[in-house]
Ligand binder design. Structure first.
Ligand code: NAG
Ligand code: NAG
Ligand code: NAG
Ligand code: NAG
Ligand code: FE2
Ligand code: FE2
Length: 479
């Protein structure tokens, strides 16, 4: 029997205190610290799996991610079709990694369920539990993803939901459990903050979101509130499609290429300037490939935490004439995102961070297109939506009195967005008010063609576009 001194184990674990972009998976044949005593009656202390959530791993696959406070040696998902009765006869083994905050070590288990098409069909329901013979979770369910009868998926889009004042929490949980939401994108700012009180706030957040996130894919994007120790909690607690670093990723769901990127690399440069370049080069490659694949996947929707435009009264980046997210590095304009998204014909850009809701008219380079006809039918530039009012302890952000010309609709109600792409031509976005569960804003984005914005689009912009000169109301940055 291999015997590791306890000291060595805990020194190794200590190395995981700050995110360096590497997931340290525990060796399959390791001897956990409690097994170092050759005492069969001695076991781990805290074995109960918790904070269970799903994320997208492929058209027929899910990642399952959960947490334990001790090394339980095995990470297993047991599952079965609901039509097969109570028997959870299938199982898949995952891997455990770990991270540390303060004195607390958290063990993260990850397993990938792949539903092969010989035995499974889109639309099938499954029951599952996670854990090991040391301790099992409650039973949850998931569904092999299948577009709705009249096309596409109902996708919740929002940002900025905390533990305190999480005003949309109950609505999201109910909608997921009732089948009104097929997938969730939470675009940054979780818990406020995941790392607070050595991560206990993060644990509480993931326990609360579990009653939604254990049932449908729960997709992450990093926000400024995740910045502590180089986004340690964000990195460890979430699982992107490829299982690696969730800082940026993309995936195709039905008719949409979704791209999630980090706006935070432009602001937390202490963690590495090279991340800006690495992400930008990845985005260029990813968007070029997606733009060349429009026949198969016509829509491109990109999301990041901090918007390029807004009409809030808080001095944030989006209130600046040359916002960094929009125009790139101050002075040089290197790694400017607006031009990149425009050049690759991105259809919709989704942001949060501003604790309010704002729908924009098509806009590029501070030139806004409002008509003469409906601006959302074959718009000559990307459409931006800012929806960061799911609810948190910072309440809502105030607006400037007179909205900028790009502002088509704005609201200070707490709520979330619902995105549905019905087919190659029709996308619907609705903003739902949490207090009343009613729709306060709804648009149809209609595109008879996808791909690069062309000569005709530029002509329409020149003819009807409104250029918005420098004007903003600055105040203290208090996102
Ligand atoms: C911060 O994390 C990223 C991965 O998210 C990693 O690539 C980078 O090297 C880290 N920076 C530092 C200073 O460790
Ligand atoms: C945006 O407009 C400014 C002038 O208003 C111009 O100098 C700049 O080149 C334009 N940028 C892009 C990417 O078209
Ligand atoms: C700035 O805000 C103040 C107060 O809301 C308003 O009176 C003023 O018109 C605003 N200025 C601009 C340029 O929007
Ligand atoms: C696309 O979906 C919209 C909304 O349901 C519908 O009106 C339209 O007819 C559909 N188009 C096609 C080609 O199916
Ligand atoms: Fe926020
Ligand atoms: Fe934020």
């Amino acid at each position: 029997m291999r015997r590791l001194p306890l000291l060595l184990l805990w020194t190794t674990l200590a190395a995981a205190a700050v995110n360096d972009g590497i997931r340290r998976y525990l060796e399959k044949d390791r001897i956990p610290h409690w097994a170092l005593r050759s005492d069969p009656n001695w076991g781990p202390v805290h074995v109960q799996p918790e904070q269970v959530h799903l994320s997208w791993a492929g058209p027929n696959a899910f990642w399952v991610t959960w947490l334990t406070f001790d090394d339980v040696r095995e990470a297993v998902v047991q599952y079965g079709k609901t039509t097969e009765g109570r028997n959870l006869g299938r199982s898949v083994n995952g891997k455990m990694s770990y991270f540390k905050d303060g004195d607390t070590v958290r063990f993260i288990s990850r397993a990938k369920i792949v539903l092969d098409d010989d035995e499974n069909e889109p639309g099938d329901f499954y029951r599952y539990r996670v854990g090991s013979n040391r301790g099992w979770s409650s039973i949850y369910e998931f569904r092999y993803m299948k577009p709705r009868e009249d096309g596409g998926y109902e996708i919740a889009f929002y940002g900025d939901m905390g533990n305190e004042n999480a005003r949309s929490m109950g609505m999201i949980q109910r909608m997921v459990q009732d089948g009104d939401i097929d997938l969730v994108h939470h675009v940054g700012d979780y818990g406020y903050d995941l790392n607070t009180d050595n991560g206990r706030v993060g644990d509480e957040f993931f326990r609360q979101i579990e009653s939604a996130a254990a049932y449908v894919p729960y997709q992450p994007t990093p926000g400024n509130h995740e910045n502590a120790n180089n986004f340690t909690h964000y990195f460890h607690r979430f699982t992107p499609p490829n299982g690696g670093d969730p800082i940026f990723y993309s995936y195709d769901l039905d008719k949409v290429h979704f791209v999630s990127f980090s706006t935070e690399v432009y602001f937390y440069t202490d963690y590495g300037f090279e991340l800006i370049k690495r992400q930008f080069e990845w985005l260029e490659k990813d968007l070029k490939a997606a733009n060349a694949n429009r026949k198969e996947v016509p829509w491109i929707v990109a999301m990041g935490h901090r918007p390029m435009y807004c009409s809030d009264f808080d001095g944030d980046d989006c209130t600046k004439y040359e916002s960094i997210i929009r125009t790139g590095m101050p002075g040089t304009h290197a790694y400017a995102l607006e031009k990149l998204f425009y050049d690759e014909g991105v259809d919709l850009l989704f942001f949060a961070h501003e604790h309010s809701y704002e729908r924009l008219y098509p806009v590029f380079n501070r030139t806004v297109y409002t008509g003469p006809n409906s601006p959302y039918i074959d718009p000559p530039a990307p459409v931006h939506i800012v929806s960061g009012s799911a609810g948190c302890r910072e309440n809502v952000d105030p607006f400037i009195e007179k909205p900028e010309p790009w502002s088509a609709f704005r609201s200070s109600n707490y709520g979330i967005g619902m995105l549905r792409v019905f087919n190659a031509t029709h996308l619907r976005y609705k903003q739902i008010v949490a207090a009343t569960e009613s729709v306060e804003d709804e648009i149809w984005l209609v595109k008879t063609k996808h791909g690069n914005y062309g000569k005709n689009d530029r002509r329409r912009m020149e003819k009807h576009g409104i250029y918005v000169p420098y004007s903003f109301n600055a105040s203290e940055d208090n996102d």
